[in-house]
Design a protein around this ligand. Structure first.
Ligand code: ADP
Ligand code: ADP
Length: 224
Protein backbone atom coordinates (compact mmCIF):
# COMPACT_ATOMS: atom_id res chain seq x y z
CA UNK A 1 0.00 0.00 0.00
CA UNK A 2 1.17 3.54 -0.80
CA UNK A 3 2.42 5.77 1.99
CA UNK A 4 -0.03 8.16 3.62
CA UNK A 5 2.10 11.24 4.24
CA UNK A 6 -0.18 13.94 5.62
CA UNK A 7 0.31 17.49 6.88
CA UNK A 8 -2.17 19.44 9.03
CA UNK A 9 -2.13 23.18 8.35
CA UNK A 10 -4.08 26.02 9.94
CA UNK A 11 -3.86 28.82 12.49
CA UNK A 12 -3.20 28.08 16.14
CA UNK A 13 -6.46 26.87 17.67
CA UNK A 14 -7.97 25.69 14.37
CA UNK A 15 -8.50 22.24 15.83
CA UNK A 16 -5.44 20.46 14.42
CA UNK A 17 -4.65 18.57 17.62
CA UNK A 18 -8.32 17.71 18.13
CA UNK A 19 -8.61 16.27 14.61
CA UNK A 20 -5.19 14.60 14.76
CA UNK A 21 -6.30 12.45 17.66
CA UNK A 22 -9.12 11.03 15.51
CA UNK A 23 -7.31 10.77 12.18
CA UNK A 24 -4.26 8.98 13.60
CA UNK A 25 -6.65 6.42 15.06
CA UNK A 26 -8.68 6.02 11.84
CA UNK A 27 -5.62 5.39 9.70
CA UNK A 28 -3.17 4.10 12.28
CA UNK A 29 -0.62 6.83 11.61
CA UNK A 30 2.19 8.06 13.85
CA UNK A 31 1.50 11.59 15.05
CA UNK A 32 4.35 14.08 14.82
CA UNK A 33 3.40 17.33 16.56
CA UNK A 34 6.22 19.84 16.68
CA UNK A 35 4.61 21.80 19.52
CA UNK A 36 4.46 18.63 21.66
CA UNK A 37 8.04 17.69 20.77
CA UNK A 38 9.26 21.18 21.69
CA UNK A 39 7.24 21.37 24.93
CA UNK A 40 8.65 17.99 26.00
CA UNK A 41 12.17 19.23 25.23
CA UNK A 42 11.55 22.37 27.30
CA UNK A 43 10.21 20.30 30.22
CA UNK A 44 13.25 18.01 30.08
CA UNK A 45 15.67 20.91 29.70
CA UNK A 46 17.43 19.36 26.67
CA UNK A 47 19.62 21.58 24.42
CA UNK A 48 16.69 21.81 21.97
CA UNK A 49 14.36 22.88 24.79
CA UNK A 50 16.80 25.51 26.06
CA UNK A 51 17.09 26.98 22.55
CA UNK A 52 13.33 26.92 21.94
CA UNK A 53 11.88 28.21 25.22
CA UNK A 54 12.27 31.99 24.86
CA UNK A 55 10.81 31.95 21.35
CA UNK A 56 7.84 29.84 22.40
CA UNK A 57 7.06 31.95 25.46
CA UNK A 58 7.04 35.05 23.27
CA UNK A 59 4.68 33.43 20.74
CA UNK A 60 7.41 33.58 18.09
CA UNK A 61 8.59 30.71 15.91
CA UNK A 62 11.67 28.76 16.85
CA UNK A 63 14.37 29.49 14.19
CA UNK A 64 14.27 27.24 11.11
CA UNK A 65 17.77 25.87 11.69
CA UNK A 66 16.77 24.69 15.17
CA UNK A 67 13.64 22.83 14.12
CA UNK A 68 14.27 21.50 10.59
CA UNK A 69 16.89 18.87 11.47
CA UNK A 70 14.90 17.56 14.42
CA UNK A 71 11.71 17.03 12.43
CA UNK A 72 13.32 15.60 9.29
CA UNK A 73 15.10 13.07 11.49
CA UNK A 74 11.81 12.15 13.16
CA UNK A 75 10.11 11.64 9.77
CA UNK A 76 12.94 9.39 8.63
CA UNK A 77 12.73 7.27 11.76
CA UNK A 78 11.21 3.78 11.90
CA UNK A 79 7.52 4.27 12.54
CA UNK A 80 7.08 7.20 10.14
CA UNK A 81 8.67 5.49 7.14
CA UNK A 82 5.31 4.20 5.90
CA UNK A 83 3.34 7.36 6.60
CA UNK A 84 2.64 9.99 9.22
CA UNK A 85 0.46 12.86 10.30
CA UNK A 86 2.53 16.01 10.73
CA UNK A 87 1.10 18.85 12.86
CA UNK A 88 2.93 22.15 13.23
CA UNK A 89 5.56 21.58 10.54
CA UNK A 90 6.27 23.10 8.09
CA UNK A 91 5.41 26.54 9.42
CA UNK A 92 7.56 28.66 7.10
CA UNK A 93 8.42 28.49 3.40
CA UNK A 94 12.08 27.52 4.13
CA UNK A 95 10.78 24.61 6.27
CA UNK A 96 8.50 23.48 3.42
CA UNK A 97 11.40 23.71 0.97
CA UNK A 98 13.67 21.70 3.28
CA UNK A 99 10.99 18.99 3.52
CA UNK A 100 10.53 18.96 -0.26
CA UNK A 101 14.28 18.60 -0.86
CA UNK A 102 14.53 15.79 1.69
CA UNK A 103 11.58 13.94 0.15
CA UNK A 104 12.93 14.34 -3.35
CA UNK A 105 16.17 12.73 -2.23
CA UNK A 106 14.29 9.84 -0.64
CA UNK A 107 11.84 9.36 -3.52
CA UNK A 108 8.93 10.03 -1.18
CA UNK A 109 6.03 12.40 -1.75
CA UNK A 110 3.36 14.16 0.27
CA UNK A 111 -0.13 12.72 -0.08
CA UNK A 112 -2.08 15.80 1.01
CA UNK A 113 -1.95 18.98 3.06
CA UNK A 114 -5.13 19.35 5.13
CA UNK A 115 -5.92 23.00 5.78
CA UNK A 116 -8.32 23.68 8.65
CA UNK A 117 -9.72 27.17 8.16
CA UNK A 118 -11.10 29.36 10.97
CA UNK A 119 -11.44 33.12 11.52
CA UNK A 120 -9.18 35.12 13.85
CA UNK A 121 -12.10 35.80 16.23
CA UNK A 122 -12.76 32.09 16.56
CA UNK A 123 -9.06 31.43 17.20
CA UNK A 124 -9.10 33.87 20.12
CA UNK A 125 -12.26 32.24 21.57
CA UNK A 126 -10.78 28.78 21.25
CA UNK A 127 -7.29 29.42 22.56
CA UNK A 128 -8.43 31.43 25.56
CA UNK A 129 -10.68 28.52 26.62
CA UNK A 130 -8.25 25.73 25.77
CA UNK A 131 -7.10 23.46 28.58
CA UNK A 132 -4.73 20.53 28.20
CA UNK A 133 -3.60 17.62 30.29
CA UNK A 134 0.14 18.02 30.73
CA UNK A 135 0.30 14.25 31.20
CA UNK A 136 -1.86 12.76 28.40
CA UNK A 137 -1.82 15.73 25.99
CA UNK A 138 -5.62 15.43 25.62
CA UNK A 139 -7.12 18.79 24.59
CA UNK A 140 -10.34 20.30 26.06
CA UNK A 141 -12.25 23.57 25.86
CA UNK A 142 -13.98 25.01 28.93
CA UNK A 143 -17.07 25.81 26.84
CA UNK A 144 -16.97 23.80 23.57
CA UNK A 145 -15.52 20.51 24.84
CA UNK A 146 -15.46 20.47 28.65
CA UNK A 147 -14.09 17.50 30.62
CA UNK A 148 -16.59 15.38 32.56
CA UNK A 149 -15.22 16.75 35.83
CA UNK A 150 -13.98 20.33 35.91
CA UNK A 151 -10.21 20.74 35.80
CA UNK A 152 -9.29 17.07 35.37
CA UNK A 153 -8.59 14.84 32.35
CA UNK A 154 -11.26 12.25 31.41
CA UNK A 155 -8.56 9.73 30.53
CA UNK A 156 -6.61 9.48 33.78
CA UNK A 157 -7.83 12.21 36.15
CA UNK A 158 -4.62 14.26 35.70
CA UNK A 159 -4.86 18.02 36.24
CA UNK A 160 -5.70 20.28 33.28
CA UNK A 161 -3.56 23.35 32.69
CA UNK A 162 -3.63 26.45 30.52
CA UNK A 163 -0.60 26.68 28.25
CA UNK A 164 1.62 29.71 28.93
CA UNK A 165 1.27 30.80 25.31
CA UNK A 166 -2.56 30.66 25.45
CA UNK A 167 -2.69 33.99 27.31
CA UNK A 168 -4.42 36.88 25.41
CA UNK A 169 -1.33 38.92 24.41
CA UNK A 170 0.58 35.87 23.19
CA UNK A 171 -2.45 34.63 21.26
CA UNK A 172 -2.51 37.88 19.23
CA UNK A 173 1.19 37.60 18.53
CA UNK A 174 0.88 33.96 17.41
CA UNK A 175 -1.95 34.88 15.05
CA UNK A 176 0.15 37.65 13.50
CA UNK A 177 3.05 35.20 13.11
CA UNK A 178 0.70 32.71 11.45
CA UNK A 179 -0.55 35.23 8.87
CA UNK A 180 2.92 36.48 8.12
CA UNK A 181 5.04 33.34 8.11
CA UNK A 182 2.79 30.28 7.81
CA UNK A 183 -0.12 31.37 5.62
CA UNK A 184 2.13 31.62 2.50
CA UNK A 185 2.21 27.80 2.66
CA UNK A 186 -1.43 27.75 1.52
CA UNK A 187 -0.35 29.11 -1.87
CA UNK A 188 2.80 26.95 -1.83
CA UNK A 189 0.87 23.67 -1.48
CA UNK A 190 -2.07 24.87 -3.55
CA UNK A 191 0.28 25.33 -6.51
CA UNK A 192 1.51 21.77 -6.01
CA UNK A 193 -2.12 20.59 -6.24
CA UNK A 194 -2.12 18.79 -2.89
CA UNK A 195 -3.97 21.30 -0.68
CA UNK A 196 -7.37 20.20 0.71
CA UNK A 197 -9.43 22.82 2.56
CA UNK A 198 -11.86 22.15 5.46
CA UNK A 199 -14.22 24.50 7.26
CA UNK A 200 -12.90 24.39 10.82
CA UNK A 201 -15.85 26.41 12.15
CA UNK A 202 -18.03 23.27 11.99
CA UNK A 203 -18.33 21.06 15.08
CA UNK A 204 -15.40 18.67 15.65
CA UNK A 205 -17.31 15.53 14.59
CA UNK A 206 -18.33 17.15 11.30
CA UNK A 207 -14.81 18.38 10.50
CA UNK A 208 -13.58 14.88 11.24
CA UNK A 209 -16.15 13.25 8.89
CA UNK A 210 -15.06 15.50 6.04
CA UNK A 211 -11.35 14.89 6.57
CA UNK A 212 -11.79 11.14 6.92
CA UNK A 213 -13.88 10.95 3.74
CA UNK A 214 -11.27 12.97 1.85
CA UNK A 215 -8.40 10.72 2.96
CA UNK A 216 -10.40 7.60 2.13
CA UNK A 217 -11.01 9.00 -1.37
CA UNK A 218 -7.32 9.76 -1.84
CA UNK A 219 -6.48 6.20 -0.82
CA UNK A 220 -9.01 4.78 -3.25
CA UNK A 221 -7.72 6.91 -6.12
CA UNK A 222 -4.22 5.72 -5.33
CA UNK A 223 -5.19 2.05 -5.54
CA UNK A 224 -7.06 2.31 -8.84
P1 ADP B 1 -0.68 25.44 18.11
O1 ADP B 1 -1.03 23.98 17.99
O2 ADP B 1 -1.48 26.12 19.14
O3 ADP B 1 -0.63 26.12 16.80
P2 ADP B 1 1.95 24.44 18.61
O4 ADP B 1 1.76 23.59 19.82
O5 ADP B 1 1.98 23.78 17.28
O6 ADP B 1 0.83 25.55 18.65
O7 ADP B 1 3.28 25.29 18.75
C1 ADP B 1 3.65 25.97 19.93
C2 ADP B 1 4.90 26.79 19.68
O8 ADP B 1 6.00 25.94 19.32
C3 ADP B 1 4.81 27.79 18.54
O9 ADP B 1 4.21 29.02 18.93
C4 ADP B 1 6.29 27.97 18.17
O10 ADP B 1 6.97 28.80 19.10
C5 ADP B 1 6.84 26.56 18.35
N1 ADP B 1 6.81 25.78 17.09
C6 ADP B 1 6.04 24.69 16.83
N2 ADP B 1 6.27 24.21 15.60
C7 ADP B 1 7.20 25.02 15.04
C8 ADP B 1 7.85 25.06 13.77
N3 ADP B 1 7.59 24.18 12.80
N4 ADP B 1 8.76 26.05 13.56
C9 ADP B 1 9.03 26.96 14.50
N5 ADP B 1 8.46 26.98 15.70
C10 ADP B 1 7.55 26.02 16.00
P1 ADP C 1 -4.64 23.45 17.34
O1 ADP C 1 -3.96 22.11 17.53
O2 ADP C 1 -4.94 23.74 15.90
O3 ADP C 1 -3.93 24.57 18.02
P2 ADP C 1 -6.69 22.40 19.18
O4 ADP C 1 -7.08 21.09 18.60
O5 ADP C 1 -5.80 22.39 20.37
O6 ADP C 1 -6.09 23.37 18.01
O7 ADP C 1 -8.05 23.20 19.51
C1 ADP C 1 -8.03 24.51 20.11
C2 ADP C 1 -9.21 24.64 21.10
O8 ADP C 1 -10.44 24.67 20.38
C3 ADP C 1 -9.31 23.47 22.09
O9 ADP C 1 -9.71 23.99 23.32
C4 ADP C 1 -10.37 22.55 21.46
O10 ADP C 1 -11.09 21.84 22.48
C5 ADP C 1 -11.27 23.56 20.74
N1 ADP C 1 -11.82 23.02 19.47
C6 ADP C 1 -11.20 22.23 18.55
N2 ADP C 1 -11.98 21.99 17.49
C7 ADP C 1 -13.13 22.67 17.70
C8 ADP C 1 -14.35 22.84 16.93
N3 ADP C 1 -14.50 22.27 15.72
N4 ADP C 1 -15.32 23.63 17.46
C9 ADP C 1 -15.15 24.23 18.68
N5 ADP C 1 -14.04 24.10 19.44
C10 ADP C 1 -13.04 23.34 18.97
Amino acid sequence: MAELNLILLGPPGAGKGTQAERITEDFNLPYIATGNILRAAVAEGTPLGVKAKTFMDAGALVPDDVIIGVILERIASGDARDGFLLDGFPRTVPQAEALATEFEGLGRSLTAVLLIDVSDDEVVRRLSGRRVSAKTGRVYHIEFDPPKNEGVCDVDGSRLIQRDDDKPETIKKRLAVYHEQTEPLVAFYSELGILRRFDGARPPAEVHDHIRAQIATLRLEDRI
